[in-house]
Design a protein around this ligand. Structure first.
Ligand SMILES: [Fe+2]
Length: 222
């Protein structure tokens, strides 16, 4: 069973798939790469105020379109929760966490501006999720250039697991992110890999990289 835990392929609800046709294209590419099961993780951020109620209709629309087109891909529904004051406390308060594979919660930090996190302390927020019996998955730490090594190690000690992006190794986010991802991988710190699929540019770059023989062993088999 080959799994992907991180994708933005639901139509029209974040910065990923633009419409249902685009969503089917992205899902089809993932099927062709060999994935059996893909968890849809639309952003919940200050910019994309998704809730389970906005995500579910888009999820069902894509599921139905894939079924009608005979594309056998097991879709699952979750979200990528950004730790920002505008949405994360509400997620906790309203019980909007939808665990991936019954155990993981994809919790991203602000990518470019660390001050977006406001007064929240990521370590404390990760610990809250651990205390719920769940495993925080930190997506693409190779892209948080402001994040110190010491902080990352504190996260790991608290029970966070790292999910890096195939695209980082494939050059999708530039040299620094690529080098960071390679270092994390070489040190054995990456527990899972994700496509973080957003659009056809991702399909091209990651697809070319896979076609060169760069396959991550076992695609997150759990
Ligand atoms: Fe993402």
């Amino acid at each position: 069973m080959k799994l992907d835990f991180h994708s933005h392929i639901l139509p029209g609800i974040d910065d990923g798939a633009t419409d249902i046709n685009n969503a089917v294209q992205l899902a089809t590419a993932m099927k062709e790469w060999g994935f059996d099961r893909v968890t849809c993780t639309p952003h919940i951020t200050n910019k994309f105020r998704n809730t389970p109620e906005t995500i579910r209709p888009a999820f069902e629309q894509l599921q139905e379109a894939l079924y009608l087109q005979g594309i056998d891909l097991d879709l699952r529904m979750s979200a990528e929760y950004r730790i920002v004051p505008q949405t994360w406390p509400e997620v906790l308060e309203k019980g909007w966490i939808m665990p991936i594979e019954d155990r993981f919660v994809l919790m991203e930090l602000p990518i470019f501006d660390p001050t977006d996190i406001g007064d929240l302390k990521p370590l404390e927020e990760f610990k809250k999720v651990v205390s719920m019996g769940l495993i925080p998955l930190l997506p693409h730490p190779e892209r948080y250039f402001y994040l110190s090594r010491r902080e990352l190690m504190e996260f790991l000690e608290a029970g966070v697991r790292i999910q890096s992006n195939y695209g980082s190794l494939a050059g999708l986010y530039g040299d620094t992110a690529g080098q960071n991802a390679r270092c994390l991988a070489d040190e054995g710190l990456v527990s899972y890999w994700g496509t973080d699929m957003h659009n056809l540019h991702y399909v091209k770059v990651i697809g070319d990289w896979f076609a060169e023989g760069n396959l991550i062993p076992d695609y997150n088999a759990i």
